[in-house]
Design a protein around this ligand. Structure first.
Ligand SMILES: Cc1cc2nc3c(=O)[nH]c(=O)nc-3n(C[C@H](O)[C@H](O)[C@H](O)COP(=O)(O)OP(=O)(O)OC[C@H]3O[C@@H](n4cnc5c(N)ncnc54)[C@H](O)[C@@H]3O)c2cc1C
Length: 387
């Protein structure tokens, strides 16, 4: 028997350092996350602060950024960390993606030196948590329609509006909020506790339950002039951050798929049906072989895109291709694994159904599968079909 990832000798594409980072993240997941994650999922409660400190301790928060206490590692190393985190739970990878690739990246890329010094080292250490507020109740796929405004009042800014579905929202020390101004969309750093700013958790989720998802309300939030991110003007600011986070999902989704496939292979070997192991039937083997193929291809694609990112040539269309393909295939793998587990597949005793329902969120956030399809359609035809 060989492991699903061994089929394509994926390890031969990785450096020693990348393999070590992957092992380190896996060890922390095994010790700090896997024993508890089903309980967090079931209760819908996450010890986000403790987790952020543990993850900061191994350097995965903003690990692909340089300076300010960040590890400055390559794209593939970051992707592998996402893979291991998402093999534990997509909610944990979401915490890390939003912290590192959305909130920290926005400050790192567009912030002033003072903003970077104030926030990045503490966020890299997991002492402070950030969130990223772009989506609104009426504008998700089309953020250009946003209604949140920031208007000048003397040298201050005053923000009004509502952001929706914001990961880490109520546990954040700082929210990166995107708002419409006279000079186009601009980003603002809103510290928790600022008068007029509040976060309310979304209840009754059946997906990403081991993740905090909140509504942010901005009601006359007054901020000093230096709360604005000076380097971001227009929608390219937030879209640049999303591209970073999507890259992590290309790897992460394959982590969830891998955990499902490993679970299904072990289950099929043990489970007796009609007096023989489930794994001995051709129908089962066809399912396993097909899943191993898609997993292997998805991982190869992820590493390839990672190397392009490291070379500085990765395009947004390539990230869309990776996100679209790998999340779609991961969801397919999770559903097929669920069938192999039969009735047991619907319980939280096994991780498969948890991954499957989590991946429904991953399919939607960071650009829905339809939007990424339209991005590829535009690239192939030269015609934008969004409107
Ligand atoms: C768990 C979770 C966490 C999230 N975290 C964050 C976060 O931290 N920060 C943040 O800003 N946002 C976050 N989001 C929001 C997420 O990015 C949006 O949900 C997503 O962009 C889709 O927006 P929507 O839900 O408003 O759907 P809509 O935009 O209303 O889309 C509804 C459907 O219409 C389709 N559609 C839209 N436009 C077109 C078109 N032109 N042609 C064909 N079909 C189309 C979509 O693909 C989708 O199927 C999160 C969402 C979830 C579920």
């Amino acid at each position: 028997m060989i492991a699903p990832t061994a089929l394509f000798a994926l390890d031969t594409l990785l450096t020693d350092e990348e393999r070590e980072i992957r092992q380190t993240v896996r060890r922390v997941c095994d010790k700090e996350i896997r024993p508890h994650v089903t309980g967090w999922f079931e209760s819908g409660e996450l010890p986000a602060r403790e987790l952020a400190r543990a993850l900061g301790g191994i350097g995965v928060l903003g690990m692909h950024l340089d300076g300010y206490g960040c590890a400055g590692l390559g794209a593939v190393a970051y992707g592998l960390a996402c893979l291991e985190l998402e093999a534990a739970d997509s909610g944990l990878r979401s915490l890390v993606s939003v912290q590192g690739s959305l909130a920290m990246y926005a400050i790192w890329k567009y912030g002033s030196e003072e903003q970077k010094q104030e926030w990045l080292p503490a966020m890299a250490a997991g002492e402070r948590i950030g969130c990223f507020g772009l989506t609104e109740p009426d504008f998700g796929s089309d953020p250009g329609g946003m209604r949140t405004t920031a208007r000048r009042d003397g040298s201050d800014w005053v923000l009004d509006g509502t952001k929706m579905w914001i990961t880490n929202g109520s546990v954040s020390d700082v929210a990166v909020v995107w708002a419409r101004t006279d000079e186009g969309v601009r980003g603002f750093l809103v510290p928790a506790g600022t008068p007029g700013f509040s976060a309310h958790d979304v209840k009754h989720k059946v997906s990403l339950r081991a993740s905090v998802t909140s509504e942010l309300v901005l009601d006359g939030v007054r901020l000093p002039a230096d709360a604005m991110l000076p380097g971001a003007r227009g929608l390219s600011g937030p879209l640049g951050c999303l591209n970073e986070a999507r890259f992590g999902i290309v790897f992460g989704a394959m982590g969830a798929a891998l955990d499902c496939l490993e679970t299904a292979i072990a289950y099929a070997a043990e489970r007796q049906v009609f007096a023989r192991p489930l794994s001995s039937y051709q129908l089962t083997q066809e399912k396993l072989a097909d899943m191993a193929l898609e997993l292997g291809k998805g991982l190869l694609l992820a590493v390839h895109l990672g190397r392009l990112k490291e070379a500085g040539t990765l395009t947004p269309e390539q990230v869309s291709a990776g996100k679209l393909n790998n999340v779609r295939e991961a969801l397919d793998i999770a559903r097929t694994c669920r069938t192999l587990l039969g009735a047991s597949g619907i319980t939280l005793e096994y991780p498969v159904i948890r991954h499957a329902v989590n991946l429904e969120s991953v399919l939607t956030y960071e650009g829905t599968s339809e939007i990424h399809t339209l991005v590829l359609g535009r690239a192939l035809t030269g015609v934008a079909a969004f409107h």
